[in-house]
Structure formats: C-alpha cells, structure tokens
Design a protein around this ligand. Structure first.
Ligand SMILES: [Zn+2]
Length: 178
C-alpha cells in the first residue's frame, strides 16, 4: 500500500524534557505530511500509557496534497506518578495508517513542595518570609535593653522599640546594651 501520511515531528509544546506534574494539561504538536497527490481526510489521537491512562480524544483534519500540517493535541496528564509510553495513532477513513511510539516516555512527578519558613524560636511554620518576620516581631519581640544617654545628659533604660523611637527624635547622644 502506498504511504498515505508521514509523521515529520511530534513534540510537547514548550518542552524539551517531557516531565510533567500529575494531572497537568499539556499540548503536543504533530507535524504531518500528506505525500499523496490528493487531499486526504485524517484523524489522530495521542495516548499515554499502555493500557491507556490518558488521551487526547480524536482530532479530525484534512491535509492537502503534498502539504504538511501542524496539529495540536491537548490532554490532561496521568494523576499517578510514573513513566509512561506515548503512542500516536493516525487514521484515514478509520483505517490505521501509523501506530507510532514516541522516542521519549512521559515522566509524571509531583512538584517539589513549596519552601517552609520555620520560626527558630517556637517552631511555627509559615508560607513566606514576610509572615515569619511578622510573627517574630509580634510573638517574640526582642528582650534586649539599652541604656540611652540623651543630648541633655539624662539617661534612661529602654527596649529596642524605645531606642528606635528615641533615635528618630534625634535626642540620643549614645547608647549601650545592659
Ligand atoms: Zn515563633
């Protein structure tokens, strides 16, 4: 039988390395050539795993004589971690023309967990550094005290908040930890 279609290329959109997170939606692009001298109707689907655990559904399209066409196949990845073979079937009038197995299997792996910001004092955990800083400032205010000598020669004992408040008034001559 004469060749009725040639698969020129099959690749994942925007990806060189087909590693995806579980259940993520991805698009593969197939570049197909109709090598015959007449326009032909085709259909194709992309299947993941054997037995199949994810698939694109059938896409229907025509390709003109001696022309190539890029066709997108969008599908949700398997939800279980693992390595899965990728199959691409091309039909014309329900006759299977190509049963192609992609060179690269798809790897499904969970994304790395987000960083956790742990309070060094009490062990409470936060999703961001800003939340941790806010927690430390309210739950564990600094206990260091300072003896402050003011411009007028008077002294007083204050904590960091007090020292900061005096500093901005410009009345501080010197200060030391006590
Ligand atoms: Zn804490």
């Amino acid at each position: 039988m004469k060749t009725q279609v040639i698969l020129r290329n099959l690749q994942w959109l925007g990806r060189h390395n087909p590693a995806f997170t579980p259940g993520s939606v991805q698009t593969a692009v197939a570049e197909l050539l109709n090598p015959t001298s007449s326009i032909l109707p085709y259909s194709a689907h992309l299947l993941i795993g054997r037995p199949t655990v994810a698939g694109s559904g059938r896409a229907y399209f025509n390709i003109e004589a001696s022309k190539t066409k890029k066709v997108n196949f969008k599908l949700a990845m398997p939800t279980a971690e693992g390595t899965y073979p990728v199959y691409f079937d091309i039909f014309s009038n329900d006759q299977l023309l190509i049963d192609y197995r992609a060179d690269e299997d798809v790897v499904i792996e969970a994304a790395a967990p987000p960083p956790v910001y742990t309070c060094p004092t009490c062990g409470a955990k936060f999703a961001s550094g800003a939340e941790l800083v806010s927690h430390i400032e309210t739950a564990h205010p600094p206990t260091q005290l300072y003896r402050v000598t003011l411009i007028d020669g008077s002294t007083r004992i204050v904590n960091w908040e007090g020292l900061r408040a005096l500093m901005v008034t410009g009345r501080v001559r010197s200060w030391e930890k006590v």
